[in-house]
Each structure stands twice: as C-alpha cells, then as structure tokens.
Design a protein around this ligand. Structure first.
Ligand SMILES: C/C(=C\COP(=O)(O)OP(=O)(O)O)CCC[C@H](C)CCC[C@H](C)CCCC(C)C
Ligand SMILES: O=C(O)C1=CC(=O)c2ccccc2C1=O
Length: 329
C-alpha cells in the first residue's frame, strides 16, 4: 500500500489524535511533493552549465529570478491540477493527498493557484525586461501547454496526449527561455535559440516526460474508471513498462551523441550518474507493473533519474573546459 493509501486507511479505521495529526502531516508532505520541483529548475540549471562551459558569462540575478518563477509556475500547475481533477472526480478516492481533498476548499486552492501563476509570470516579466521579451512569450507558451494538459475544455492529458506536451514545455520552450534569460541584454536579438535549446533540452526533457509517464502506473484503474485514457491505460501496464528502458536509452543517447560528435566535452557524460535509479526503475516496473501498491514510488525513482541525470549533465558541461585545461598542463 502506498503512503497516502496507508494514511487514508488509518483515517477510515479511526485512530488517536496523535496518529491522526501525523497522518495529516504525511498527507501534506505527499501533497507538496517537493522533489517534483527538480523538473522546474532543470532547464535553467542546464542553460547555466552550458553557458559556463562555453566561456559565456552568467547573470546570477537572472538565474535566481528564473528559478523562483519556475517553481511558482509549477506550483500553479500542480494546485490547478488538484482543482481540475476534483471537478472531474478522478482524484476523489484515489488521491487523499490532493490539496482540494485535504482542505475541502476548492475555491481557495484555485485562488492560491492563480496567485502563484500571477507572481510567477510577474517575476518572468522582470527577467524578460532585463533580457528579451521573447523569454516571457516562451514561458507563456509553457503555461499554455500546462493548461492544455489539464484545463477545461481541453484536458489533453485525459486523452493520453500529456507526454508530448510535457516534453515540449520542459524541453525546447523552457530551455530556449532559460538560454535567453541568462544571456546579456541584446545577445538575444538574433531570435529564439531553437538549435541550442533542442540540443541541450531534448534528452533531459525526455527524462522529465518519463516522470509523468511513470506517475500513471499505480492509478491505472481509477484513471480508466473516470475516462482518463493515460498512455498506461491505453497500452496496458505490461506494454507501458516495456517502454521505460527506451525512454532512458533515448534520453541518454540524445546527450551522448553531441559528445561523440565532438560538440560537447567528455565530462558531459557525467549525466550517467542517473543510471542507478533508472536501472532500479526499469527492474521495478518490469516485475511489478500490475501491482499498484508496490509501484506507487516509481514516479519518484524516475524523478531521481531525472534529477541526477540533469545535474550531472549541467555540471559536466560547466566543468568541461576546466578539466581540459588541467589535463593540458
Ligand atoms: C501536473 C502534471 C502532472 C500531474 O498529472 P496527473 O493529473 O496525472 O497527476 P495526479 O494523478 O497526481 O493528479 C504535469 C503536467 C506538465 C505540463 C504538461 C507542463 C507544465 C509546464 C509548467 C507549468 C511550466 C513550468 C515553467 C518552466 C519555465 C520550467
Ligand atoms: O504530480 C505529478 O504526478 C506530477 C507533477 C508535475 O508537476 C510533473 C511535472 C513534470 C513531469 C511530471 C510531473 C508529475 O508527474
């Protein structure tokens, strides 16, 4: 049984005030899911690593503002997701750690979500003022993709189209925005750096997309019952689990190809530090894909792969010239 399910069953069975308080604490921690914010900070950390490795300057103020804004925008996405999923009923029984289920205040959660969106976009506007207006347009595109994923009347995630939207948002769009935000004002006048953004963001965004893909496994029955045709509902858990090694291989291949082509330093292979959690994830889903209670943590294993892989790549790109210089001495 997953932690939220354990907590929910303790509620149902009744218990002392102390155990109830600790159960609520656990549900709140599951609701906040702070490790998830690794996906929001990665595009700008990759852009920072890439610029350092190219010997280009960094703008720490822009980096910090972008980080904060990205976290607020992902908080919007998640709070709004709880509101929209409460409206369709998909979270009513399967997700006791939905903020709407925890507070019982749908409208206040929606107001908080909208507050995060407004402040997040306000901070991005500040970043754009100090770099290029295109940053704000690209981030608005990310938010639009986030809305298409879950908001009425679109709800494309319910039709199994969430994964491509996720890749587009965290890959080319967010990476291009981050590259422009960190460049000195005027440097971005040459337009959107799609080439660099695709090269740098494609592999890590596949790792982020794998997190979303893995988040569907343990809730496949609830999703199917509420008409949410996630890719795991469509494919079945066995075939979906068979795709996980391909996600990992493609994410790594997209990062190793530029090294083999001599475009990136050898140190960019440091992204391979994400491999141990990826192997554990492949094994877990390969063996237990049909047992929801055993695989509820699979999304967090995927997240560990995403975080270690992205951080390794960002550090490897930044450190490349230093190590080359050291080796040349
Ligand atoms: C909310 C997302 C997944 C949750 O989906 P689900 O409903 O299946 O979850 P539960 O079962 O737990 O309820 C992620 C959706 C990602 C989306 C396609 C793209 C979001 C883009 C961000 C808003 C942009 C962030 C800013 C950028 C600059 C990094
Ligand atoms: O709650 C979740 O399952 C997810 C939340 C989220 O913000 C996100 C962002 C990018 C990829 C996957 C996910 C989730 O799975």
């Amino acid at each position: 049984m997953s932690e939220p399910q354990v907590v929910a069953s303790r509620y149902a069975a009744g218990g002392g005030a102390a155990s109830e308080a600790s159960s609520r604490g656990r549900l709140w921690r599951a609701a906040v899911k702070w490790p998830m914010y690794a996906v929001a900070v990665m595009p700008v950390l990759l852009a920072a690593g890439w610029r350092l490795g190219q010997g280009l300057g960094l703008r720490p103020g822009q980096l910090l503002l972008f980080l904060l804004a990205a976290v607020l925008l992902l908080a919007w996405e998640n709070l709004a997701n709880d509101v929209f999923d409460a409206d369709t009923g998909v979270d009513t029984h399967g997700k006791p750690h939905s903020v709407v289920n925890l507070t019982g205040r749908r409208d206040r959660v929606l107001a908080l979500a909208n507050g995060c969106l407004v402040v997040g976009l306000g901070l991005m506007a500040l970043v754009a003022l100090r770099s290029s207006a295109v940053v704000l347009l690209l981030v608005l595109a990310c938010c639009g993709l986030g809305y298409l994923y879950q908001g009425p009347p679109f709800r494309l995630g319910y039709r199994g189209l969430g994964e491509p939207l996720c890749w587009l948002a965290f890959g080319p769009c967010a990476t291009a925005a981050a590259l422009l935000a960190l460049a000195p004002a005027g440097e971005g006048a040459g337009g959107v750096p799609w080439g660099d953004a695709l090269l740098l963001g494609s592999g890590p965004a596949l790792a982020t997309t794998l997190v979303l893909f893995c988040s569907h496994f343990h809730q496949v029955d609830e999703d199917a019952a509420h008409g949410k045709r996630s890719p795991v509902v469509r494919l079945g858990t066995r075939r979906a689990a068979g795709l996980v090694p391909w996600f990992v291989a493609a994410a790594l291949a997209l990062q190793w190809a530029p090294v083999l082509l001599g475009w990136w330093p050898l140190t960019a292979l440091l992204g391979a530090i994400g491999l141990p959690p990826a192997r554990a994830l492949i094994r877990l889903l390969g063996e237990e894909h049909h047992r929801p209670e055993r695989i509820v943590g699979s999304k967090f294993l995927a997240l560990r792969f995403q975080a270690f892989n992205g951080l390794g790549l960002a550090c490897g790109l930044a450190l490349g010239p230093w190590l080359t210089a050291l080796a040349g001495r």
